[in-house]
Design a protein. Sequence first.
Length: 201
Amino acid sequence: MRLFAFVLALLTGAAVSAQTLPQLYDVQNVASDDVLNIRAEPSASTPIIGTLAHDARGVEVVAVNDTGTWGQVNSGEASGWVNLRYMAVRGVHIDNFNLPVGLFCFGTEPFWSLQNIGGAMHFDRMDMAGLDMDLWIAQDSGIAEDLRRMVHMAGIGGPATAFIYPAACNDGMSDRSYGLAISLMTSPSAPLLSGCCTLSR
């Protein structure tokens, strides 16, 4: 019986600690005259590289440390770690088009961006005028809190397709870290674009 209880505790602990990332958090339990430090590494003894206001909301956590006690966030052009004791999960909200609210995707070489604006995927590239591609479907996996999406939309001279999925991602221009990646084709014959996505710009 004790063995059963022990195994059940382990499984329950694993279920609680397992968390879909990236995730939005709000700062909590920080005095109004204080800030939450962002550390270079997940330890209170490492240098402070930034801070979050005592009432910061919608902070994107893209990874956690092995013990689940520290979360990785972006600060300026770098990423660092905050103590999750002072963070409360806000959750990721899904819009009427089955995409995470605030989703913004981007890439380099060439610089481009993609975001949902009222049911049209607005595509910007530095060497062309912005384009609104009507969103046809953003298909999910049917698994709760799974942020993977296969997106089909009107493209540039034919259907466009994008796959958004959780993965460690870097923009190649800074030390910022992201928890979502995207592969995008703006038409059936267009080159494959790769980039990162964020839930909080």
